[in-house]
Design a protein around this ligand. Structure first.
Ligand code: ADP
Length: 448
């Protein structure tokens, strides 16, 4: 998961937890406040009632002789007042409670103020009630408003966080996307300084540049070493080859030595092929080839097919050139592109089944041009795919002839033309190699 997303998620989760706690706390405060507010209202109503009773006399409300009770409620039955004689004769006393009361055969829950008072030597009890439902609906409204405000604030803070994280991590993304993801070769690495006020990112960028400088130097040394060793070995091996050839032509050679010499010749030949391949890779990696030729892809494939046809025909393998004519490239090295496609087509035949097929096709999008070599061959095991471009690596070391250098050459030629290569394979079904060239690198004469 990307750091930016991770930070946004962690920020969002911690905020949600804080807001939930805040909401629970607020809920309690709202509940408490609602009860207090109601109680205050009830006290005000009580004071008003008592002052009216004082003014117009209690007898206007109830008749003691007839033992009557005064009771009044509003139309919606969410508020009521009752005055009755207090048989317990308690003194001045104010009590609040939540209780149910029956009004016109219906039960209602009320917050009730119960007030006992004395007037004209008589004890009375005044009860004022407010419907709990009414209080709850008020609570619900406040709750809904607070949830909306909390959600809005939560959303705004999460969005602001995402924006801030994105801004802060821009230099890191620049390093990952601009430098690390595009790296194909330490030499073409983007060694530019990082423009950022975050010192950690600047240090990281500097460390990366230093590391790449060291890697490039080591690689260069290694390439030079391979080139030198291969070059030094090539001459003595050629000399030994010609000496063995002369020996074979000599009349004094005892017959029993001939098979031995032929065997030695085969070994030397193999060694020579390997050294040639290593020398070629070293020369490509050391940029010892020009890249200023043009080629017609369709013609080049036809040329390769002509040179390789015999091998294909021996196993009844068909090769189809599906490249339309007129696909002309500039800014390439023709011999190298020839070797690149030859090696891929040669492998497509070598690792094919009898009566199989090989197809060479191409397509392009806005930025790239792709050449596809597909075969109906034996396929490559999934875990072997990442290794097949390594030098001397063969998916099946015991299968057929080969040195495990063909794809290393392919890879170095592709990199030399700033391209990439992709492999898709299914065991027993076939393999497709797709070579991608950036149009900007080959399009000097490209015609779609
Ligand atoms: P080799 O000389 O062994 O052919 P390469 O470098 O050309 O060396 O290929 C490396 C390995 O990749 C081969 O040994 C083979 O196992 C595998 N390979 C390459 N191309 C194909 C293909 N078209 N189908 C199946 N396997 C392939």
């Amino acid at each position: 998961m990307r750091l930016e997303l991770k930070l946004a998620l962690i920020g969002a989760i911690s905020k949600i937890v804080i807001f939930i706690l805040l909401f629970v706390l607020m809920q309690q405060v709202i509940d408490n406040q609602a009860v207090r507010h109601t109680d205050r209202d009830l006290i005000k109503m009580k004071d008003k009632t008592i002052s009216i009773v004082d003014k117009i006399g209690i007898n206007s409300f109830l008749n003691i002789e007839r033992d009557s009770v005064y009771a009044s409620y509003n139309m919606l039955k969410d508020e009521y007042i009752s005055i009755d004689i207090d048989p317990s004769k308690g003194g001045d006393k104010l009590v609040f409670s939540n209780e149910a009361r029956e009004i016109e055969d219906e039960d209602f829950d009320f917050r009730i103020l119960n007030y006992r008072f004395e007037m004209n030597n008589q004890h009375y009890v005044l009860e004022i009630g407010k419907s709990v439902q009414l209080i709850n609906s008020l609570n619900k409204m406040i709750q809904n408003i607070s949830i909306s405000i909390i959600l809005l604030v939560l959303l705004i803070t999460i969005l602001v966080d995402i924006g801030i994280n994105k801004y802060l991590l821009t230099p890191l993304n620049k390093m990952i996307l601009g430098k690390l993801k595009t790296i194909t070769d330490p030499e073409t690495f983007d060694f530019s300084d990082l423009n950022s006020s975050t010192s950690d990112f600047v240090s990281l960028n500097n460390a990366l540049n230093e590391l790449m400088t060291k890697v490039a130097a080591i690689l260069k040394n290694q390439q030079r070493f391979t080139a030198n060793v291969s070059h030094e070995l090539f001459t003595p091996i050629s000399v030994m080859q010609s000496k063995l050839e002369n020996l074979l032509l000599s009349n004094d050679l005892p017959e029993q030595l001939i098979p031995n010499i032929l065997d030695q010749q085969e070994h030397l030949n193999r060694l020579q092929q390997i050294i040639k391949a290593l020398l070629l890779i070293a020369r490509i990696e050391n940029d010892q080839f020009a890249k200023d030729e043009t080629l017609d892809l369709n013609e080049l494939i036809d040329e390769i097919i002509l040179n390789i046809e015999d091998r294909a025909q021996m196993r009844n393998i068909s090769i189809e050139n599906k490249i339309p004519s007129g696909q002309v490239f500039g800014k390439v090295n023709k011999s190298l592109v020839y070797i690149l496609l030859f090696n891929l087509i040669s492998n497509a035949i070598k690792y094919n089944k009898d009566d199989g097929q090989v197809q060479v096709s191409c397509f392009n999008d806005d930025r790239n041009f792709y050449v596809k070599i597909s075969d109906s061959g034996i396929g490559i095991e999934r875990d072997q795919i990442p290794k097949i471009f390594d030098r001397f690596k063969r998916a099946d070391p015991l299968s057929g002839e080969g040195y495990g250098l063909g794809l290393s050459i392919v890879k170095s030629i592709v990199s030399f033309h700033q391209g990439t290569i992709d492999v898709r394979s299914e065991l027993g079904v076939g393999t497709t190699f797709t070579v991608q060239f950036a149009l900007k690198d080959v399009n000097a004469f490209y015609s779609a």
